[in-house]
Every structure is written in structure tokens, then in C-alpha cells.
Ligand binder design. Sequence first.
Ligand code: ATP
Ligand code: MG
Length: 203
Amino acid sequence: MGEQTEPGKRRLGVMGGTFDPIHHGHLVAASEVAAQFHLDEVVFVPTGQPWQKSHRAVSPAEDRYLMTVIATASNPQFSVSRIDIDRGGPTYTTDTLRELRNLNENADLFFITGADALAQILTWRDTEELFSLAHFIGVTRPGHILANPGLPEDRVSFVEVPALAISSSDCRARVAQGEPVWYLVPDGVVRYIDKRKLYRHDG
Ligand code: ATP
Ligand code: MG
């Protein structure tokens, strides 16, 4: 199984996302996988700036990066990487994993992904390379079925995380409608959204 690590190798979790904004669903997923897979660290990697994420403009990369830093700052196992933001353009997970691999030669990579994103992986480009770069960990997410849609079994694991029916889309819609996002996102992120007036005309 890909969960096995050679002695002396670090176990590095990778949590990619738009994080617009980061919320407790992301944090619980990362924390639970870190515990179950004995990860040494989880690095959160906010995506680069796409022209559009489907139909809506994505918040500036610096805002998404800073919210991710604020949300993860208190956990010594969590860190944030700027690699996708600094590369620019849309993010392809193969590029992310290849770069992390080069930066962390003595580490095994564990890519953490929600049930919704996992179901899409086969539509991503370079799937063969993807699975050679990291072990994939699919986590449960309310409203999405966690199933293996034909991914290589030795490269994918499934983890049940405490269910949090939170999404960034819902957080944005709440802010736009003047509804609270307290306790859906970390306190510092609530304050940051307010300070930067994010999401007020979105949703
Ligand atoms: P949006 O609604 O804008 O798509 P999102 O809440 O899905 O935002 P993303 O940044 O798109 O957040 O997700 C990053 C990763 O975190 C994805 O792999 C996604 O499946 C996973 N994820 C997001 N929310 C949850 C949740 N509540 N529980 C488990 N996994 C989650
Ligand atoms: Mg999403």
C-alpha cells in the first residue's frame, strides 16, 4: 500500500484548494488525515489566479493566501505554500506535486481531496504522472458520495472525516446577504473578510 513510508522519509500532506475563503471543513479534513496517516506536516496550497472559476471571479490570490495563513497559523503541523500563486495562471495539480516533490526530496506526498474533487480527478490531465507523484486521500464531504471512480486502488485511500456541511460558496453567499460566518470559518478569517470587504457583491 502507498500508505507505507520508508524509514527516515517525511510524510507530507498536501491540501490544495481555492480557499475563497478557507473554512473549518478544510481544517478538519487536514487535521483528521494528518492524525490517521501519521503525517509530519500538512501544507496548504492556495491555487493560482484563474481568469474565472466557472462563472465567478475568484478573490485576489493575496487575500486567499493571507486567509489561509491566518487560519493555519496556530497549528505547528500546518503550513502554507505560495508555489501555485507565484507560478501564476490556472493551477494543475501535477505542477503543484512536481514542484513540492523537488522542494522536498526526502518526503512522501499525500494529496488530500474532498469527495467532489476526487470524482473529477480522472478528468484532470496527466493522471498517470499524478499517481506517481503522490498517494491520494479522498475524504468524505456532506452531499457528495465518496466512491472510487476507477482510480488505481493502491494509490488512493478513503477517510471518513467528521462531517461539516460547510462550503466556501455558502460562506460567500452568507457574507453577501449579511448573514454570519462566525464558527464556519476561523475568527481571524471572519475579521479579515470584514476588513477587506470581501464577498459583499458576490452571491
Ligand atoms: P467552493 O464552494 O468555492 O468550491 P469549497 O468549499 O469546495 O469551495 P475548495 O477550496 O474548492 O473549497 O476545496 C478545497 C478542497 O477541500 C477540495 O478537495 C474539497 O473537496 C475539500 N473540501 C472543501 N470543503 C470540505 C468539507 N466541508 N469537508 C471535506 N472536504 C472539503
Ligand atoms: Mg470546491
